[in-house]
Ligand binder design. Structure first.
Ligand code: N01
Length: 539
């Protein structure tokens, strides 16, 4: 860029990419510290993942009281109507935040960032967006989330389908009416489970194409009464206070006991109790060794399997949805929360196609053909997930000091010190990044807690007149080793999940989240910060 051109572009202290929870937190906090900050957002309104994922049934899998910011002036005037709010209510929450915090005036909507390069001379990122705009910023803070790049599998003939075909993560804002239609859903992850429940109710015929069964847990949905709302408000501050002490940033944690050290009766009673609580308690509030020990995991799996079989009429269908011999351990692939998912398969209008027995051969103009025959469809839903964690970052042409892009640097696997920065890309600090705790953590918790670490770091540097920070190669290599070591004693590597980068053909198999839990992560961050951010080269 010539000097003349650069003189005309806006210059900021911080440019944030993405207006979800993480981006909004950065905007609000950094602005309040007096910095010039803008957010570039690809969507037309705030909400991040809740803008794009407005498919029928899209719903929060964390309890509503935890699925919001912890500032008292924000939570005291806000109520979700359900324990697990749906996408439209979460959008209303974002509108509420916008009104309270006056966010939109500093957000450029419909501005998808396409490229960024570091100007070493001026210690600034030069960032360009698809709407033609360019901006310069000392710090670039991508808050692109884990799921901003939808994955559409290369199924032969997909483009020839003449009905409506939508990926859950690119759902039309105007909605899609499934009523009376012949609907097919490919994929049974969290998105698939949610859309299947709605389609089973509305569609004339629903065909579910399942490759791997979802080991889904009981949601325990409730419409909240005024008394429950009051109870939530009374406990709100206490809930937030313990978030930094728990593995997943929730208000509960693993039980400090092995599933194998209690009697079978005690174990059953505990499983019954935490199952009854609903939500993720059966996952992150269970015996401490369920995600680490095969025998312990088997006990949880068998409990879960029996619960599922009770609800399915046809044992052959039950075996496909909850096999007697587990396909992978329970909880090492992200579980979903369901309300009537398993009952849906008892309905006459719902058919399950097991892709392990009958793989998809092609999509035709009129439907999907598997080895078992063709299913005619009006609507095909691709609930096939995302190029998770890294996809949002590598989709942009971000070019560091050596001239290589982040995509090229991470072609054979990620390295990201503390999950926030990677060598060769100075002054670029990402939230929800690879090998950070975010993927195992309640979203708003991490947006605030990890977000505050980034805010503090930027503030520390700028206040002390230091304008360049970069992860050190040795530090990021050591972090990658640390993450790999944490995976070894766990069962996470036993499933082909997005946690392991294993949902995308050709992607390096590697743990993409920090599996040491939030408290350990925070301790490691504080150790580094106390030594003037050891592991980062600061000039
Ligand atoms: O994606 P997924 P998702 N042929 O990757 C299948 C979060 N989330 O969008 O398991 C046939 O989990 C694939 O099969 P398999 C949450 O963190 C949160 O559902 O690889 N099938 C799988 O069944 C979640 O974990 C919420 O064998 C193919 C599915 O597609 C994350 O988002 C709601 C295929 C993809 O499942 C991602 O969930 C929704 C192919 N070629 C999502 N390729 C809430 O909390 C893929 N599949 C509200």
């Amino acid at each position: 860029m010539s000097q003349t051109q650069s003189d005309t572009v806006e210059e900021l202290d911080v440019l944030v990419i993405g207006a979800g929870f993480a981006g909004i937190y950065q905007l609000d906090r950094l602005r309040s510290l007096g910095y010039s900050v803008k957010v570039y957002e690809a969507g037309s309104r705030i909400g991040g993942i809740w803008y794009w994922n407005c498919y029928p049934g899209a719903r929060v899998d964390s309890d509503g009281p935890m699925y919001q910011f912890s500032r008292e002036d924000l939570w005291k005037d806000w109520e979700y109507s359900e324990r697990f709010p749906d996408w439209s209510e979460v959008r209303r929450y974002f509108d509420y935040l916008d009104e309270k915090l006056d966010l939109s005036k500093d957000i450029r909507f419909d501005a998808r960032v396409t490229s960024a390069e570091f100007d070493e001379e001026r210690k600034q990122w030069v960032v360009r967006a698809a709407d033609g705009s360019t901006v310069r910023a000392t710090f670039l803070v991508p808050c692109t989330g884990f799921g901003s790049k939808p994955y559409i599998p290369p199924i032969p003939g997909l483009e020839s389908f003449r009905g409506e075909c939508h990926h859950t993560g690119l759902w039309p804002q105007s909605g899609v009416d499934l009523t009376g239609k012949r609907v097919g859903v490919i994929g049974t992850g969290a998105s698939g489970v949610q859309v299947i429940q709605e389609a089973a109710r509305d569609a004339a015929e629903l065909t579910v194409f399942q490759r791997t069964p979802n080991l889904a847990f009981r949601m325990g949905q409730q419409t909240l009464t005024p008394e429950q709302q009051q109870e939530i408000k009374d406990g709100q501050a206490a809930r937030y206070a313990i978030r930094t002490t728990t593995f997943g940033g929730f208000d509960y944690d693993f039980l400090p006991v092995s599933a194998l050290d209690v009697t079978p009766e005690e174990r059953e009673a505990t499983y019954e109790r935490i199952w009854g609580m609903g939500g993720f308690t059966f996952w992150l509030g269970t015996f401490q060794d369920v995600l680490f020990d095969t025998k312990a995991n088997d006990t949880a799996y068998e409990f879960w399997r029996k619960k599922v079989w009770e609800r399915i009429d046809d044992p052959a269908v039950a075996e496909k949805l909850a096999p007697v011999v587990p396909i992978h351990p329970l909880g090492v692939k992200r579980p979903s929360l369901e309300q009537n998912y398993y009952e849906a398969y008892n309905q006459d209008n719902v058919t399950l196609v097991d892709l392990r027995e009958s793989p998809i051969e092609e999509v035709t103009a009129t439907g999907v053909r598997t080895a078992a025959g063709e299913v005619e469809l009006d609507v095909l839903v691709l609930a096939t997930g995302f190029d998770s964690v890294t996809g949002g970052l590598t989709a942009m042409d971000i070019r560091g000091t050596g001239g290589i892009t982040m995509r090229e640097k991470w072609a054979d696997g990620v390295s990201a010190y503390m999950g926030v920065a990677t060598a060769g890309f100075p002054n670029l600090l990402f939230l929800y990044g690879p090998q950070s705790p975010s993927g195992f953590c309640n979203g708003p918790t991490c947006a605030e807690i990890q977000g505050e670490l980034i805010v503090r770091m930027i503030d520390d540097l700028l206040r002390s007149g230091r304008r360049r920070v970069e992860a050190e190669v040795e530090a990021e290599n050591a972090w990658r080793e640390h993450v790999a070591e944490l995976v070894v004693p766990s069962l996470f590597d036993r499933a082909d999940s997005w946690y392991m980068g294993a949902n995308i053909p050709g992607k390096t198999r590697q743990m993409l989240n920090y599996p040491g839990g939030l408290p350990t992560y925070l301790t490691k961050w504080e150790e580094s910060a106390a030594k003037d951010y050891a592991g980062f080269a600061i000039t």
